[in-house]
Design a binder for this molecule. Structure first.
Ligand SMILES: NC(=O)c1ccc[n+]([C@@H]2O[C@H](COP(=O)([O-])OP(=O)(O)OC[C@H]3O[C@@H](n4cnc5c(N)ncnc54)[C@H](OP(=O)(O)O)[C@@H]3O)[C@@H](O)[C@H]2O)c1
Length: 222
């Protein structure tokens, strides 16, 4: 049995990953997020913790109460940000970094002591963590920061046998952009099922195989 925690597993790619993981009934899947109502159809098959990852106090309380030793931690939390720097409010700038960067750091720190030797951390980053694109300054800042954070942790954890895989997808078909009022035609989007399958593939790799990073480019947008 594998204990797998999916943060941001209530919607989009994270939910797709959760649905695939529960098909293997030997997995114990734990979902962390803010909106359990999105999980109605699978609620008996998972454990759920209601947490806003950008809230330090909530993450700290979770750290104190959560006692499950993890084989895999997947963090798929994210909010989109698009626009010119002069048009963002200070609150939007802060919120983007709190959710897209600090929240991932809080959670990784909080769950570190529960990560078993040989476990995997799978970070859902973005092509915005590799490329710098106009009007993506908030997202690029957070995603480049996230890449730096996990690159450094990969070095720090070498002796601990914890493998970090960073996933860098291009545009895929979730409601991520629509949620912030930027609807985008999904005709040329990558199907999120395809990305979820790659991630579940990483979860099922043999213990002696390590994939540090995977880029999944959408060549319609490069
Ligand atoms: N869609 C794309 O084209 C695309 C491309 C490249 C990378 N990505 C990345 O892929 C990841 C997943 O995105 P997605 O497209 O699947 O978006 P999504 O459908 O909007 O899902 C985002 C998830 O993050 C959770 N979340 C947001 N803020 C949170 C918070 N403060 N605390 C806890 N959970 C929070 C959401 O939960 P709630 O139910 O609580 O809102 C939801 O489960 C993100 O890291 C995103 O940056 C997306």
């Amino acid at each position: 049995m594998k204990n797998i925690l999916v943060a941001g597993g209530t919607d989009g790619l994270g939910l797709e990953i959760v649905k695939l993981l529960i098909e293997d009934t030997s997995n114990h899947v734990i979902v962390l997020g803010r909106n359990p109502e999105k999980l109605k159809s699978i609620i008996g098959k998972i454990d759920f913790y209601k947490i806003d990852v950008s809230n330090e106090v909530e993450v700290e309380n979770f750290e104190k109460s959560f006692q499950v030793q993890l084989d895999i931690l997947i963090i798929s939390v994210g909010i989109f940000g698009h626009g010119k720097i002069e048009d963002f409010t200070f609150a939007q700038i802060r919120n983007s970094l709190e959710v897209n960067l600090l929240g991932h750091m809080f959670l990784t720190k909080a769950l570190f002591s529960q990560l078993l030797p040989g476990s995997r951390v799978i970070s859902i980053n973005s092509m915005s963590g590799i490329n710098a694109t106009k009007e993506r300054s908030l997202l690029c800042a957070a995603k480049w920061g996230l890449r730096g954070f996990y690159n450094a942790l990969s070095e720090e954890w070498k002796g601990r046998n914890i493998m970090i895989t960073q996933i860098f997808p291009g545009f895929f078909d979730s409601e991520y952009m629509d949620k912030v009022g930027i609807p985008k035609d999904k005709g040329k989007a990558i199907k999120k099922e395809l990305i979820a399958k790659q991630i579940v593939g990483v979860c099922n790799l043999p213990d002696n195989v390590y994939l540090p990073e995977i880029q999944i480019k959408n060549i319609s947008y490069t």
